[in-house]
Design a binder for this molecule. Structure first.
Ligand code: GTP
Ligand code: MG
Length: 567
């Protein structure tokens, strides 16, 4: 939620230069001259912005996928070697788990109409956007995090439907990335690459698990399968286990495609009981041996119209294309990385779920509990600050989480947060049904120095103050009988002091006596050893706690040097 004050516009290159300048070692924290230089720089940036802290926005980089590139978002189960084991999925393929993945992907197509085609197998799914899509101004981080977040939320929501007898033991999450394809030809190569991967993995895994089930050890099995060709594996399956690979279910061998097709549907029955049929565009699952083949693709108007024709069949996939599919952007080394997530359309979500206005304490506590789970999951995240439907997570400067690949970091945090939100909903709202899966978008921003990072956090807390004060006044006015426009007009141009006076005079509310969680937002961090000692025989060192402290004042940071281990 970034909306309180005007927006600072700054060129991305400008920002890049600054980052390089800061990181190149020009500012050594212990040198007085360097400190002065840094302070001057911050002052310059502040002069260009509207408020003391808002200059930090200039560190946010643009990541638009330029037209005419085609956008593909691929999600991939995070830590999905452990998840299927813990949840006792069948090996090598669990049909129910695959159907759950397919059902989630159908929900994605319904939620995001710009997605035209999806292909998935195992724990991964690729979603292809129509070539003219302007979804979220084609901003890569937003799009990849939203898809991963929504997918994770749906996965948790639908779990019971697919596994009624099995408890979901922990929050699943998905990493995701945007693959940008310069033409239909490149998209064709991408799809061929994914389906080849499906074929190769499934064949290997089928052999692997048959051998293991027949009594071989894992290392013996690996040795047997080492360097074997496709044909040899097929023979092994046939000779040893009587399995004709080609007769295994298409779902396992070919993966699943999903796209909208015109299908005839019975919409009603006439007075004589005869069915009345209409043509409707409906997402359907299709299995095909070669999804990148011309014969498959060019027969589907919804595919070639929105994504382009495939002009020839491909044999070997260009290695350069594969390199481009595997490319990952990395976040600048030795900078403080902040991953900020924000609830998508939470205005509506809060209305539908009847959150109290302007603050719903339970909803905030649920957000905090998810943030605690994030810190427990990712040890490189040392601090988090949250307000309303947003949370900022700070990674330690030296973090090598996912080799600092930005897509992986953003999607893992956003999707883990979201699935935890869905999983824990019932604990915080035992009498309220979750009406639809929420989603959070994410971005990552690098802050080159400790002081700028603290200014970033101060900026978010200032925003919390401004919004909370405004919203408290606004909703008190509305509750007292004014309509929304009258209340807005009434508050236009008022300063902090006037708003406090209004609350006190008209409603008998002392702003400073409102719950601290509303006024300060929530900070999440690990306790230091000396602070907690031993409680009921349990050592609490490193325990993640939630506090509502003033993080604008530097004294908080001086008293809690361990949090960001500033050196
Ligand atoms: P996008 O983030 O752009 O998708 O829009 P959004 O609708 O999520 O709005 P934004 O993030 O700017 O603001 C968050 C919105 O969530 C607020 O404007 C509120 O409408 C709603 N919200 C967040 N927390 C609460 C709460 O505790 N109570 C109520 N009633 N609403 C809340
Ligand atoms: Mg929001």
């Amino acid at each position: 939620m970034i909306n309180s004050v005007g927006v600072v516009r700054k060129e991305a290159e400008n920002c890049n230069c600054l980052q390089v300048f800061f990181v190149s070692g020009s500012f050594k924290v212990d040198s007085v001259e360097a400190k002065k230089k840094e302070e001057n720089f911050r002052e310059t940036l502040r002069d260009m912005a509207n408020s003391k802290y808002e200059y930090v926005k200039s560190f946010e980089l643009e990541d638009e996928v330029m037209l005419p590139n085609l956008m593909v978002v691929r999600i991939d189960g995070r830590d999905f070697s452990r998840f299927p084991q813990v949840h006792e999925f069948e090996k090598p393929n669990d049909e129910t788990a695959l159907n759950l993945m397919n059902s989630c992907s159908a929900a994605v197509l319904e939620e995001f109409p710009d997605i035209i085609f999806a292909y998935g197998y195992s724990d991964e799914y690729s979603f292809v956007f129509k070539k003219t899509s302007r979804f979220y101004q084609r901003r890569a981080s937003k799009i990849l995090s939203l898809v991963a977040s929504f997918f994770a939320a749906v996965y948790v929501t639908k779990w019971k439907e697919f596994f009624p007898q099995r408890k979901l033991l922990y929050a699943p999450s998905f990493s995701s990335k945007v693959v940008s394809c310069a033409s239909a030809e490149v998209l064709q190569a991408y799809l061929a690459w994914r389906q080849q991967d499906c074929h190769a993995n499934n064949q290997y895994d089928t052999c692997f698990w048959m051998l293991v089930k027949s009594g071989k050890s894992v290392s013996e099995t690996q040795e047997i399968l080492k360097d074997t060709q496709k044909q040899q594996k097929n023979e092994l399956l046939f000779q040893k286990f009587g399995i004709n690979y080609k007769t295994l279910p298409e779902l396992f061998r070919q993966g699943s495609c999903l796209f909208k097709k015109k299908v005839e549907e019975t919409v009603k029955h006439d007075e004589n009981g005869n069915p009345v049929k209409r043509l409707r565009r409906k997402a359907v699952f299709v299995h095909s041996e070669n999804i990148a083949g011309r014969s498959f693709w060019n027969e589907q108007p919804s595919l070639y119209n929105d994504l382009g024709h495939f002009t020839k069949d491909i044999g070997k996939i260009e290695p350069d294309f594969i390199r481009s599919f595997q490319f990952e952007n990395k976040l600048l080394p030795l900078t403080w990385v902040v991953v900020r997530i924000d609830g998508c359309h939470f205005h509506r979500f809060s209305d539908v779920h009847e959150f109290e206005k302007p603050n719903d304490e339970q909803a905030l506590k649920l957000m905090n509990s998810c943030a605690v789970a994030v810190l427990e999951e990712f040890e490189d995240i040392h601090f988090a600050y949250g307000v309303s439907d947003e949370y900022s997570f700070v990674l330690k400067k030296e973090s090598e989480l996912y080799k600092r690949q930005s897509s992986k970091i953003i999607s893992a945090v956003a999707s883990f947060f979201t699935s935890t939100y869905v999983l824990q909903w019932g604990e915080f709202f035992p009498h309220k049904e979750l009406k639809y899966p929420p989603s959070f978008d994410g971005r990552a921003v690098c802050y080159p120095t400790y002081n700028i990072l603290l200014d970033y956090l101060a900026w978010r807390q200032v925003d919390c103050h401004i919004n909370n004060q405004y919203n408290t006044c606004f909703w008190m006015l509305v509750k007292s009988g004014k309509n929304k426009t009258q209340s807005q007009d009434y508050l236009k141009g008022t300063q902090t002091r006037e708003k406090n006076e209004l609350l006190s005079r008209q409603f008998g509310i002392e702003y400073n006596s409102l719950p601290v969680i509303f006024r300060m937002g929530s900070s999440v961090f690990r306790l230091k050893e000396a602070e907690n000692g031993v409680v009921s025989g349990k050592k609490l060192e490193g325990e993640v706690v939630v506090d509502h402290c003033n993080i604008i004042e530097r004294c908080f940071w001086e008293e809690h040097l361990h949090i960001l281990s500033y050196s």
